[in-house]
Design a protein around this ligand. Sequence first.
Ligand SMILES: Nc1ncnc2c1ncn2[C@@H]1O[C@H](COP(=O)(O)OP(=O)(O)OP(=O)(O)O)[C@@H](O)[C@H]1O
Length: 378
Amino acid sequence: MPYINDVLADNSQSNQLAREVASLSGLRSRFAFDPEQIRIELEKHIVGQQAVIDALCQQLKVIKAGLHDSQRPLCVLLFIGDTGVGKTELVRTLARCIHGDNNPGFCRIDMNTLSQSHYSAAITGAPPGYVGSKENLTLLNEDAITGSSSRPGVVLFDEIEKADTAVVRSLMNVFDSGKLRLASGTRELSFCNSLVFMTSNIGSKQWAQTARHSGSRGIRQWQQWLPSLQSRLTGRQRSRATVIEEAMHSHFDPEFINRIDRIELFEPLTSAHLTAIVELELRQLNQRLRRQGVQVELHPSALDYLRDQGFDPLFGARSIKRKVRDLLMVPLAEALLSADRLQADKGSEAGASRVAGITLHGRNVDGKIEFDLKPAKE
Ligand SMILES: Nc1ncnc2c1ncn2[C@@H]1O[C@H](COP(=O)(O)OP(=O)(O)OP(=O)(O)O)[C@@H](O)[C@H]1O
């Protein structure tokens, strides 16, 4: 049993938090973020998921205008889609837009680690009498969840379908009341200032099978979360949404689904999207290189090579970053070091800074990216 002083200290802490949130909820536009600015940033960083970005920005406007319910999370969104299509990246980018590159960033819980009921204590902390109960230890990062008066917290429950039912039940309570009572019984975590996201791959396997077998599935009756999507979906997208919906209903209780504000489907990435993601990586690399006065340009043959090497049907675009590091950065590093040597041979002192204003042109030569060393500006 916790000591009475611990209980009092914890209670006064959670009362303080409750008071802060209550006092904030009466104010409008207390948030510093600008939904339109966030849209611009998301569109810069996330490829091929325009409909999801639009839906998210609409939610942000409602929150910014102070129209949300102050007794629950600011919003609860479920992102569904294949692996490696940008679900987590979208939340990461949003958290960066809201909090900058600094902490607290966002609180990400991998539900795979909470797939068995005896691990459910990890989310609510240990019950009284168990190790850790007095410390109120949980997987949740309180600062990232509560955010601050002008910035909402951002929480991501990744792969929600993997969570044990005890964990899902705790979450339902959070979505209802905005509160998570820690198992020690001494305090609560408030999610009333949090943007809550969940991700899931549910239905992906079933859709892959359906699409393989026919692709001409009948469209079933739409459930309540689908009509808003219906108008903007093509026939094929509607069939996919139906398969995903069926998978959701057979996995989750309706009580859980009903507590979600919006369910958004991420599109599978096309070849053009993958090329755009390679270009995105290249832009980020060029930003880092700008300080050194170096830029990289890639011939379409090199872009196609990186795209083909980086895409894995099982993992989506996940390995593009790794392939860029292995297949682009390694030869680029070699080319830059050669450029340094060339400069040194021309008589510059060892360790002198690199030639400013060079552009390196990369192309695919027999399955290897090679760089043209000639400086563009001499
Ligand atoms: N639409 C996209 N736009 C930009 N980058 C993307 C996109 N999709 C994937 N990526 C790249 O792939 C990596 C993995 O994507 P992400 O973590 O968002 O996958 P996910 O959809 O959350 O998959 P999972 O369901 O397996 O968690 C990202 O870090 C990013 O580099």
